[in-house]
Design a binder for this molecule. Structure first.
Ligand SMILES: [Fe+2]
Length: 300
């Protein structure tokens, strides 16, 4: 085969509040809205992705945490009921998702060939994490594309951010290689927030936006700095600053998704598009797209 490529890469965070606020039929609780700036950001991301043909969506979620290597969903279908353990009042979602098993196997094989530890998750009763489900839903509420779902190897916790970066760089390159060999056009999603210090209590009405703001000025400054790197094509500087950002902003980049994405995109020097930014229980969240297809020869 060959001829496949990543047509777009996105930072696509997964606060379950955003699904709750949209009131889709799959989610049990109902809301009066909320977090509109971020949801409008997702509207703009969906409109942008609708312009580019793609066959598959590849997601790395910080909430599928594996301590022995990287795991990939390894059956053609997973269905079940997902409850956010921290916000069971907001997220109780019935899911039914389809996996692109060929591409998942391809990434698994490339990861092994690169010297990484990797495994296929073949348990039909495995409960898919809410990060994957939320990011997949917000990016494509119709669930119209098959997914590849990749776990977050917690090398940050065993070792350091630097070791995490090395391993996720390798996994990003392996992901890119497997997509190119597959002949498919892929959208690749890093499912994480930026600064991740959050409030420990919730207002009586969770969607009461008069309570919603960033937890501290320091968190705001870090988020704006990282966004500024993204929208000005300073990927290498962003990666250089990732250890400090991850430590000081308690950032959800600790799961490796953003590092993985930037390497799968081959360290883009073009400007990313910021579709939206907003806080959720005080954490910083940006919806960002790297429109790779606009920078590839012969693309349309
Ligand atoms: Fe999270």
């Amino acid at each position: 085969m060959g001829g496949g490529r990543i047509v777009a890469g996105c930072l696509a965070p997964h606060p379950p509040h955003l699904v709750y606020a949209e009131n889709p039929p799959q989610n049990e609780p109902s809301s009066e809205g909320g977090w509109e700036q971020l949801r409008w950001g997702y509207d703009r991301l969906r409109a942008s992705l609708a312009e580019v043909d793609h066959d598959v969506v590849v997601i790395l979620s910080p909430h599928w945490q594996t301590y022995v290597g990287t795991h990939l969903l390894g059956l053609e279908q997973f269905e079940g009921f997902s409850v956010d353990p921290v916000f069971p009042n907001l997220f109780r979602y019935t899911y039914d998702l389809t996996i692109d098993l060929d591409l998942a196997e391809g990434i698994h094989a490339e990861a092994l060939a690169a010297g990484l530890d990797a495994h296929m998750m073949r348990n039909p009763d495995f409960r898919v994490d809410y990060g994957t489900i939320t990011t997949a839903h917000l990016t494509d509420p119709e669930w119209s594309k098959p997914l590849v779902v990749i776990s977050s190897n917690r090398s940050r916790h065993y070792y350091s951010v630097e070791v995490m970066q090395e391993m996720m760089a390798e996994l990003g390159r392996a992901t890119k290689k497997a997509i190119e060999a597959s002949g498919k056009r892929a959208v690749v999603l890093a499912s994480n927030s930026l600064s991740h210090r959050h409030f420990t209590t919730e207002p009586e009405v969770p969607e009461d936006m008069s309570h919603e703001h960033i937890t501290s000025h320091a968190m705001h400054l870090w988020d704006m700095r990282i966004i500024d790197h993204m929208v000005n094509g300073r990927t290498k500087q962003l990666l250089d600053e990732m250890p400090e950002f991850t430590d000081q902003a308690i950032a959800e980049t600790d799961g490796g998704a953003l590092t993985w994405l930037l390497h799968a995109l081959d360290l883009p020097e073009y400007k990313a598009t910021l579709h939206g930014y907003g806080t959720v229980i005080g954490t910083g969240n940006a919806v960002v797209e790297w429109p790779a297809w606009r920078h590839q020869e012969g693309s349309a």
